[in-house]
Design a protein around this ligand. Structure first.
Ligand code: NI
Length: 180
């Protein structure tokens, strides 16, 4: 396994629509995903999309830590998970401001409007279906990572620029608001 170089905002690979994965079971895809898990853990991230490691393909990895869950039945801890060729459906009209960061925009955080509830579908490296109907942090991280596959970074989702800034400053705002 290897720790991969992460592209930063401004690199063209982050600003294009990624391509479908032809064979999710191929050895090359399995190796890429193993390296992405290692890279995500090394960077202490919650998610990582293939374009962020200079591979313009439609797949991402993520994890939901026990400390981040909302308490909803559909928002529970999730160990490392890969989603290949995902489809995301936004459910309902409950949109909430959620604080997030991005490994491609190091040192910064923002509150971004995200649907509270979504359904997503995709496959893993055995071509087995993954996904389901989820809420809260799980729904937020999937929306964030899915955006990467369409060349969208969170700043283009912002509606309140007073809640976009350096992590040290925004974390102070979050603390004053009593968590995220
Ligand atoms: Ni990101």
């Amino acid at each position: 396994m290897a720790i991969l170089k992460i592209a930063r905002m401004g690199h063209p690979v982050l600003h294009r629509v990624a391509d479908q994965v032809a064979d999710p079971t191929s050895p090359e895809i399995r190796k890429l995903i193993a390296d992405m898990f290692e890279t995500m853990e090394d960077a202490n991230g919650a998610g990582l999309a293939a374009p962020q490691v200079h591979v313009p393909l439609r797949l991402f990895v993520f994890r939901v830590a026990a400390t981040r869950v909302s308490g909803d039945a559909e928002d529970v801890q999730v160990a490392n998970r890969v989603v290949i060729n995902p489809v995301v459906t936004l459910l309902g009209d409950d949109v909430r401001m959620r604080f997030e960061g991005c490994l491609s925009i190091p040192g910064m955080r923002a509150a971004v409007p995200r649907h509270w509830r979504i359904r997503y579908e995709g496959v893993d490296t055995d071509n087995a279906p993954v996904g389901g109907e989820v809420t809260g942090f799980h729904a937020g991280v999937v929306q964030h990572e899915y955006d990467h596959l369409d060349g969208i970074l969170y700043p283009s989702r912002l509606t309140d620029f007073s809640l976009f800034g350096f992590s040290e400053e925004i974390n102070r705002v979050i603390a004053e608001r009593g968590g995220n």
